[in-house]
Design a binder for this molecule. Sequence first.
Ligand SMILES: [Cu+2]
Length: 432
Amino acid sequence: MGDGVERRTFLKTGLAVAAGTAAAELATRAEAALPRTAPAARVASIAPRPLSPATTPDPGHQQPLPAGGRTVERPMHGLPEVVEPTGAPADDEVAYLTYDIDLQIARHTPVTGVEAHMLAFNGAVPGPTIRVMENDWVKVRFKNRTELMHTIHWHGLDVPYTMDGVPWVTQDPVRPGQTFVYRFQARPAGTRFYHCHFGTLLHMQSGMHGAFIVEKPDDPIRRRFPYTRDYTLILESWDLNFMRSELNAMLRRMKERMLLMKIGKLDAETQGVFKTHEQFERALESGYIPPYTTQRVAGEGRAGLDFNFFGINGKCYPDTEPLLIRRDEWIRIRLINAGQLEHYMHLHGHQFYIVAEDGNDLPEPVWQNTVRVSPGKTADIVVYGDNPGYWTFHDHDTRRVTNNGIYPGGMLTVLAYEDLDGPYVPRVALDE
Ligand SMILES: [Cu+2]
């Protein structure tokens, strides 16, 4: 937990930056510095999260990068530098809010003392929060600076299918060095997110996820529960050993592919991509071996991951950021499960209202103290500050409040009253 002065300074800075756009007024903490570009300005890049000093682009000397992991600036000869799919209005037809998101391999510290190479949108884990109003037109220029292929899928947003970001279903994957331009109208309103849909099992947990908040002009939830702070918590689960070995294996495979491409030996079959199922069957008859029949069948099953670190916004306790509240204040907390496990977020000392699920407002709020968030689900809760103190908010599957098996850690944070001068102040606990 930071000290009070730091928190206050940050909140002040956050508010100053956010001033001027209605949608951003409620942005707090990490979201505060992300510009919601006025259409007049047309172009803005999203700055890395100011409170994520622990994710740093890898300069390549402090820690060896995964094999072959370097920054790619240009696509291989013959591939277009920018891919602009059809299916959305052109620049002069609507006023786009433009965001630049790039991707590179970065060193990330999920908890002090533990480092991992991750796939970081704009150098941060999670990626930057995009916060817009419902029906805003959004343009995201996604530049892939890694040697792997990726896409971005807009989870819970109803976009034209050519913008849906599913490789080989709606688009070719974004190749190393390429920029893919996603354009869509942000709807429906609610707590949504974005993530990579290529090699999803590895890429999504390796950092390729970020919040996408779509606000309503006259939000009925805010009218009923006049909240003054709006937190977004992305829930994550990591198997750091799997990530390390898979990232290396994937980079090696990509290197082979690149070489094959250079010498003209890469065809559809080498890549395991077929135009039709019949073509796939014919390839089998002439000796093609599907990768899943030969690879990764020995040893630990690939999908039987052994998760050992559990995060909130890229951090495990005791590095998670506290949720600040004051007496008689309503706060809103948006939970996004970007991991592969089910979480049961439980708040001490308070009941809360669940007001939305999957980003959509519930017909009637539900009064509870534990909310279940399945993989891919989001849940919004509102909390009223009526019990000053320090209160843990954590996954009640207690296997996930550990770091590498040691309690306390993982998916745990503290709801902290800023205006409390209490007799007991939390310590940094590592091993109980
Ligand atoms: Cu990816």
